[in-house]
Design a protein around this ligand. Structure first.
Ligand code: ZN
Length: 170
């Protein structure tokens, strides 16, 4: 299993999702069965700020609510998790959200983007360009299919397109 890298068509935003994170997400999606689920993404930006590096995906907080086609992420426990990440030797912080949609064809909903817009403007997240990662039930190159978006405050969301063969670039 390798990292997943994506970049917007205009080259302004890039993301790298590390292989252990992909493994953890796959397990969390499997556990959710026919229901939506989600959590937050924790990571950091590269030194030149060009790439968001996702280091961790949290399980759904216990106060989350879910259905077959909707999910409201709770907040329980996230303060402690983010506090520990911030104080860790290698500092990491909130970089976005992940969702599982239990369908083969991955399509972000209007609600998904509305929520990301709110987050991009929210002081408590302090993240003006949050990522939205959506996983589905399908397979893509032997791996669970996913789509990634960056949702900059004040702009329309942009899709991060997979960069084939870019996994080993640093
Ligand atoms: Zn969603």
């Amino acid at each position: 299993m390798t990292d997943w890298s994506g970049k917007t068509a205009d080259g302004t935003f890039a993301v790298q999702i590390q292989a252990p994170v992909l493994g953890a997400l796959d397990r969390l999606c499997r556990e959710a069965g026919a229901f939506e689920t989600g959590g937050i993404l924790i990571g950091r930006y590269s030194d030149d700020l060009a790439v968001a590096i996702v280091r961790e995906a949290t399980p759904p907080p216990l106060d989350s609510r879910r259905g077959r086609s909707w999910f409201v992420r709770g907040v329980g426990g996230l303060g402690d998790i983010l506090g520990n990440s911030w104080r860790a030797k290698e500092r990491t912080y909130y970089v976005g959200e992940w969702h599982f949609h239990p369908v083969a064809h991955i399509e972000p909903s209007g609600d998904d983007f509305d929520q990301m817009l709110k987050i991009s403007h929210a002081k408590k997240y302090d993240c003006k360009e949050p990522l939205l990662l959506i996983l589905g039930t399908g397979k893509q190159d032997g791996w669970r299919s996913l789509r990634a978006f960056v949702c900059p405050a004040g702009c329309a969301p942009l899709e991060l397109l997979p960069r084939v063969g870019a996994a080993d670039e640093k």
